[in-house]
Design a protein around this ligand. Structure first.
Ligand code: NI
Length: 228
């Protein structure tokens, strides 16, 4: 699954994030990489438990909680506290797969997140940089993604992916992972497709008996498949 979520942040919120990030301390992105991906990762990041990352992360989490498309596509149980990175000219991230399990830094007792889905929230206008596309490889081939500032891509963390070299300007983004209530990707995708179809149908015909029955079917499948 690969879903684009437009306008997660407004232009004002993007500017707010960028102002705070511009004043923050940046460190080598290898700090959160697994052993294999550290070899190919060339970017900068805000330290995981820095106050800036936590405060902007909370803003993003609150926006996610109110976003119907994110809710439907992810069926999120846990969201890893958002991280922030930056690729300057010449930086890139080679093909890798994200670690399956991540621990939230500083959490006591420990909080473990199974990374079912990966997310990248773009914080730079695409006109301000060249390159810096995220390329996701799945069973249907290669998907190249570069979105407007404030837009987000949500994709299966089981896919291999890379970020192409930035050749002009600087690309800023937030990235994080989601543990879904529905672990099985095929089941999660079917629920998303069913929900999308029901929402479309409701707009066309209203809450007819059939639409209510389909909604019941959706919830009964979710009840069957969801972990809690
Ligand atoms: Ni990755």
């Amino acid at each position: 699954m690969l879903v684009q979520i437009p306008n997660l942040l407004s232009a004002t919120e993007v500017a707010q994030c960028r102002d705070a990030l511009a004043k923050a301390d940046w460190v080598d992105g290898k700090v959160t990489a697994g052993e294999q991906s550290a070899e190919t990762k060339r970017n900068l990041q805000i330290a995981e438990n820095s106050p800036v990352a936590r405060s902007l992360g909370d803003l993003i989490l609150s926006k996610l909680g109110r976003n119907a498309l994110f809710t439907s596509a992810s069926l999120a149980m846990r969201v890893f506290p958002p991280l922030f990175n930056r690729y300057e000219s010449g930086m890139d991230f080679g093909t890798h797969i994200d670690n399956a399990i991540r621990f939230v830094t500083g959490a006591n007792p420990p909080i473990r997140v199974r990374t079912d889905m990966s997310a990248t929230l773009f914080l730079t206008d695409p006109a301000d940089y060249d390159g810096g596309e995220i390329v996701v490889l799945d069973t249907f081939g290669e998907h190249r993604v570069k979105l407007a500032a404030g837009d987000m891509i949500l994709y299966s963390a089981t896919s291999r992916h890379h970020v192409t070299p930035v050749t002009r300007g600087s690309r800023w983004s937030s990235f994080f992972w989601v543990q879904s209530m529905v672990r099985d990707e095929a089941a999660r995708t079917m629920l998303f497709d069913l929900d999308t179809a029901i929402q479309g149908l409701r707009k066309q015909v209203g809450d007819t008996t059939e639409v209510v029955n389909l909604t019941g079917l959706y919830h009964n499948l979710l009840r069957r498949w969801a972990e809690s």
